[in-house]
Every structure is written in structure tokens, then in C-alpha cells.
Design a protein around this ligand. Sequence first.
Ligand code: SAM
Length: 286
Amino acid sequence: MIHEPVMKDEILSISEERSSSGTFIDCTVGEGGHTAFLMDAHPEWSFYGFERDDDIFAAVSARFGERSKIFHDSYANILEHFESVSAALLFDLGVSMYHFKTPGRGFSFNDDDDDLDMRFSRSTPMTAADILNGYGAEELRKMLERYAEMMHPEPLVEAIMRFRKKRVFLKVMDIKECLSFMHRRGKTHPLTTVFQALRIETNGELHELEKICTLLLERTASFSGSLFMFISYHSLEDRTVKSAVRELVARGHAEAVNKKVIKPHWKEVSSNKASRSGRLRAFNIL
Ligand SMILES: C[S@@+](CC[C@H](N)C(=O)[O-])C[C@H]1O[C@@H](n2cnc3c(N)ncnc32)[C@H](O)[C@@H]1O
């Protein structure tokens, strides 16, 4: 399954209207959906990219190697690769369809026999299994509260602690067995949010987002003339971006493109369910 780029028409029109640099940096290249779409629309632009995942980086470099310089690194390290940046930058946060659809990585609760890994990069020290086996009850509670947005994660934490007394977490089926008492209430399977929390924690995803926002606030002049576009899929991500934009605007260092967050059109949501929680914020650094 190919990753369908979210809000691609909005990204194209904002880039055309608000950026004149002719340089596009796809800070989360993934399978290259946005990059390919923009390359088709603007073959005259220069393209760069960042991708943290080992396997996706290898695939996307092979795909765009001639046409785009892609760095195997977190976008938060952007100033280690460029002295200063004047470009249109896209951050399409989270994971790619590849992560869910490719067995062997532990991202999907449908792949029972997968190791509970979930790391983007094999150089990341802790896997999701290490977190489940090693975190204390308080750390597990905080992780589920923050990243699964659970008000009362205590029964889950107790179940994890009980499971650990019997055996270690190793496979996807272990966490499913441990939390089998959770029943589906709405449209979303309850394990979806547990897996999301484990993935965000394993990869320090929010930490990387906070790092780029701090960099923007502390080294604003290094990004002068740039257009930033963030697509978030989680309220914590959106709140982090929103507060950075507010601060930059208050300091007179940025101009927001959209006052209200942009949501995908219903037509896009009906043809691509994965886009439904996408929220876009864009702003120019002055
Ligand atoms: C939602 S996908 C991007 C999809 C892409 N826009 C497309 O249309 O094909 C997000 C990608 O960003 C990568 N990623 C996540 N955090 C990252 C980071 N801090 N730096 C660079 N890449 C990151 C993930 O591995 C994933 O491939």
C-alpha cells in the first residue's frame, strides 16, 4: 500500500503563494508522496529531505537520489546540515503507511509474531518491549496519559505490571494478551491508542518536535524568509506547534498563514481515512 499524501493541494498552493525561494525541504519524506507531487508540479524547484527511519530512508533515497538530497537524520538536526535555511519546509508528522503495512517492525497490532520493536532507527537504544519490561508504574502511567490521552490508565498499568511477573514482553501478541480485557467502544480499537503511545515514546517523537520548535525560537534568524508547514495528527503535536507560532508572532518574527488550523476537506477524508485527524498550520519566518 502506498502512502497517500495528506492535504497535498493545500501544501502546493500555500508553497506557491507564500514561498519564492524555489527550494523545498520535505522534513519527513516518508515514502515521498508529497515530494513526488511537488516535483511534478514544480520541476524547477530544488528538493531536499529528512527521513529518520532506516528502511524508508534506503527506499526513498533509491527513488529520488538523483533529484533530491535526502539526509538520514531527524529534522531537528537541520542546522547540522545547513548553515541557514531559506526554503519552504514541510513536517508531515508521525508514521507512514509503510510502518503499518510492512510486517517485521512491530508497529501494527495485526502482526502478532512481530517483535515489539517500533524503532524508526535501529540505533535508538530502547524498543517498545524494553519500555514495557523496564518502565516503572509511574512512567507507564504518564506515557499512557500523555500519548494515548487516557484519563485513567491505571488498570492498564496494573495489567502490564502483573504480566511482567509471569513473563517478559517480546512479541506483539504479548501486549494483546495482556490487555485483552479492553473492549472496543467506538470506531477505534482501544489498542490503537496504546500502540500510538508506545511508538511516540520509543522514538521520542514529541521530543524531536519540541527540539525543532525550540530551535526556531532560539535561532530564528537562521530560518529568515522560510515558510514552515506542519501537519499534526495528535493534539499534543498540534499544541506544541501552535504555542511556538504564537510566541514567534508575538515577538514579531513570524506571520501566520492561517489563523485557524486547516483541516482536510471532507472529500479527502472520504477517500483517505488516514487524513481525518490531520491539522495543518503554516507560517512565514520574517
Ligand atoms: C506521515 S509520514 C510522511 C509521509 C510523506 N509526507 C508522504 O506523503 O509520503 C512521516 C515520516 O516521517 C518520518 N519521521 C518521523 N519523525 C521524524 C524526524 N524526527 N525526522 C525525520 N523523519 C521523521 C517517519 O519515519 C515517516 O516516514
